[in-house]
Write a protein of this length. Structure first.
Length: 256
């Protein structure tokens, strides 16, 4: 009888260890928006990518990070072809769910050629300027409304980019004179200017407004277990905050 019990004990032990070793895997997509999400298959995949990977790893969940145009990432997340997107500010009208609190905040600023005297001074200062924007980017209520009211009747005054490297394309448009102003996240543009040594060609022309945009990781509603993964993500981030790993990541990506 003791021998039988011993066999059962070892069978349960092996089963439990095997269950723990089985790792679930989810896919998250985004365009290149460094320092939040950078190169995939890199030691520096981006602040949000590392944060999410480390938080979910605690619960045995592996994250596959995919680069693609932003509008495609959202489309695939809504249909469930990828499990979520990284770096979204609003899920209004989208079939997605997010954490209860944002993972970071974005400051939206305007950028122009260094040789220009132009500075942002309210929406009226954009009139007559060719404004660079990226398809499906949420730039906050003020700018979104401006684009919505003016794009149809004056579409020639907007330079729309799309693709994995839409931000860098938008910055090059300023340097080449194809657009007068680009509106985007201050950290992201600053990263590009430093990386490609363009700081002498492009300048920050002023913050759009004082409101910071929340940044989330949003998950597809097509997989019912995503609600549980959000809970794991929030708990995992709390653990990483307590151990100081979040602070380390912020320093690594110069987030402060």
């Amino acid at each position: 009888m003791k021998f039988f019990h011993l066999i059962i004990f070892f069978m349960l032990l092996v089963f439990n260890n095997a269950s723990f070793a089985v790792r679930d895997k989810i896919s998250l997509a985004a365009d290149y928006w460094c320092p939040y999400n950078c190169e995939n298959d890199s030691e520096n995949p981006g602040y949000l990518v590392e944060l999410v990977k480390k938080a979910l790893f605690i619960y045995g969940i592996e994250v596959e990070y995919k680069l693609m145009p932003w509008h495609k990432a959202i489309e695939l997340a809504e249909t469930g072809e990828v499990d979520g997107v990284i770096g979204i500010s609003s899920i209004n009208g989208k079939d997605l769910i997010t954490t209860s609190l944002p993972l970071e905040y974005s400051i939206t600023s305007s950028f122009t050629r260094s040789s220009s005297d132009w500075m942002f001074d309210g929406l009226n200062s954009l009139r007559g300027k060719k404004v660079g924007i990226i398809m499906d980017y949420d730039l906050g209520e003020v700018v979104n409304n401006y684009i919505g009211m003016n794009y149809i009747k004056n579409f020639q005054l907007f330079v729309v980019e799309d693709g994995v490297n839409a931000v860098s394309d938008s910055i090059i448009n300023i340097v080449d004179g194809d657009s007068d102003v680009y509106i985007g996240d201050r950290r992201v543009v600053t990263h590009y200017l430093k990386k490609y040594d363009l700081t002498k060609y492009v300048k920050d022309a002023g913050e759009i407004d004082n409101e910071k945009l929340p940044i989330y990781v949003a998950f597809s509603k097509k997989r019912p277990e995503m609600a549980r993964y959000i809970e794991f993500l929030e708990k995992g981030i709390s653990s990483l905050t307590a151990t100081g790993e979040v602070d380390d990541l912020r320093k690594k990506y110069d987030m402060d």
